[in-house]
Design a protein around this ligand. Structure first.
Ligand code: GAP
Length: 506
């Protein structure tokens, strides 16, 4: 069953996963804050990714673990880096403005419904933002005095519509009452800029990074010179990226400030295809291991028209996609795995004058600029996928739903619940809580009746609740309640830590 995004957004706010940024001032479009539970969930995903990449990287095709080191580079770099990387010239989206509503749209996200009238000049065409529900499309067509029956129309992507540039004056914009209010598309650079130092001029203009990847390329030489890594190897980084998206939407899916988890894998050009296949497989496995289901994941090769400037010289890009409620039955990008060839290192060599060649340590007569395979995942988007996957409707429990997080990802691993606020129960619960919190994120929840406390823990996805009752006082056992099955069993209080440790393995 597809869950309604409205319910997910409401739960996220009610229980402290995600809040609109600047909420008390009415928010700011494209920016979000992670609340007390959201930050725990996000950190857990980040830490599992770091473990998979840096601390315990996968076993390579030759049977030995691959080598990856970490990095944390600055958000603001020398602006020449962004000229070299192609972002100043090429990191833009086509946009159109609506003169009537003052709204702005990504032209490549617009679809046109066109009703054939015999004469191709006699246009009856209406634009919609991709993903608009059929019900909303029908309603709008009817309002404009058109047939509400979608099968009466031919559907085009904005740029594929044969008459688009000559006939904008006859086309209705997605939210306009009048036709002919859309401007011709123009390119819009997505990088935010600011100024360093006291004066604001072109000379001290700098950019907020739109991807974490470039910080890695800029440090390729430093890492080689300061560590014992040898090609093939990877450099991994997690951090904020900023894009002035034309149309931020779908909650935290497309925002203007977000986090990425990126790894650049440097290898010999002849081995790039092998490593490309390897990383596509590994990354799919990673997301499956976190509980995303096979049915909700897809792996898709980019079409030529979707390729980023850096992927054009390589073998292309694969996207790992997730079936989000707002894309279903379709899929939305979760992670891109790109074959960047030697594009970035070559560009930085040209623009900085610093050699980026790698010298084979065995045969020093051999030098080459490594090729790069890049698994680039969204941390923010990953959190959204985990939240959507976890949201489980269940009419048989007071909360009506529960969050089915993998225990390793759940913001709280367990709740310690004294059955009553009686003198005997609370000290025992507090003792267990103080022991467990050294190792696990746990909650001690004393107030309210036990049913309400279980309901709250179900809503935040706590996998285990340990209840302290009169039997605990006499025989030292506690009740464990399993979140998903609601089944209860008794175990000894001494074995609780071991029990949780076993369940946390991802
Ligand atoms: N270094 C390559 C790169 O940045 P990308 O496909 O543009 O590639 C990688 O971004 C990932 O970052 C995406 O798969 C997505 O998960 C995430 N991402 C990109 N733009 C985003 C946005 N506006 N909001 C949230 N996540 C975004």
């Amino acid at each position: 069953m597809t869950v309604d995004m409205k319910d997910i957004v409401a739960l996220c706010k009610r229980r402290g996963f995600v809040f609109p940024a600047s909420d008390i001032y009415g928010g700011i479009n494209g920016f979000w804050d992670f609340g007390p539970l959201g930050v725990e969930l996000k950190n857990n995903l980040r830490d599992l990714w770091w473990k998979h990449m840096v601390l315990c990287p996968p076993i390579g095709p030759d049977g030995t673990p691959v080598e990856i080191v970490g990095l944390d580079s600055a958000i603001i770099q020398n602006p020449k880096a962004w000229e070299a990387s192609g972002h100043v010239g090429g990191f833009s989206d086509p946009m159109v403005d609506c003169k009537e509503t003052k709204l702005r749209y990504r032209a490549d996200h617009l679809i046109i419904l066109h009703q054939e009238q015999g004469n191709p000049q006699d246009l009856r065409a209406v634009t919609f933002v991709e993903g608009t529900s059929e019900e909303d499309i029908s309603k709008r067509l009817k309002k404009l005095g058109f047939s509400p029956n979608i099968s009466d129309y031919k559907t085009f992507k904005f740029f594929d519509f044969p008459y688009v540039s000559e006939n904008l004056d006859k086309i209705f914009g997605p939210d306009a009452k009048e036709k002919g209010t859309l401007t011709p598309p123009k390119q819009f650079n997505l990088m935010f800029h600011t100024f360093v130092g006291a004066t604001a001029g072109e000379d001290n203009k700098v950019y907020l990074r739109p991807e974490t990847a470039q910080g890695i390329f800029l440090n390729f030489k430093n890492v080689l010179d300061s560590t014992r890594v040898r090609v093939p190897f990877g450099i991994a980084q997690v951090g904020k990226a900023f894009r002035n998206e034309v149309t931020p939407r779908n909650f935290i899916f497309r925002s203007r400030e977000f986090e990425q988890m990126e790894m650049e894998w440097f290898c010999h050009p002849d081995e790039a295809k092998k490593w490309f296949d390897f990383w596509i497989e590994q990354r799919k496995k990673f997301w499956l291991s976190l509980g995303l289901s096979e049915a909700s994941l897809d792996c898709r090769k980019h079409g030529q028209d979707e390729l980023s400037h850096y992927a054009k010289t390589g073998e292309g890009t694969y996207d790992i996609e997730y079936k989000f409620p707002f894309t279903a039955p379709g899929f939305g990008e979760l992670e891109g795995i790109a074959h960047r060839s030697n594009f970035d290192l070559t560009q930085h060599e040209k623009h900085s004058g610093v050699k980026m060649e790698y010298m084979d340590p065995v045969d020093t007569s051999k030098r080459f600029i490594p090729h790069v395979i890049e698994p680039a995942a969204g941390l923010t988007r990953g959190v959204l996928a985990l939240i959507c996957e976890a949201y489980t409707v269940d009419a048989n429990r007071p909360s009506g739903m529960y969050m089915n997080f993998h225990p390793a990802l759940a913001p709280k691993k367990a709740a310690i619940l004294p059955l009553t606020a009686k003198e005997e129960h609370v000290p025992l619960a507090t003792k267990l809580y103080l022991e467990l919190r050294e190792e696990f994120a746990v909650d001690l929840d004393i107030k309210q009746n036990i049913g309400k406390r279980y309901a709250r823990q179900d809503e935040i996805g706590t996998p285990y609740c340990f209840t302290i009752d009169n039997d605990t006082v006499t025989d030292g056992t506690v009740t464990v309640r399993d979140r998903n099955t609601m089944a209860q069993e008794r175990i000894s209080m001494d074995s609780v830590a071991g029990y949780l440790r076993e369940k946390m393995r991802a």
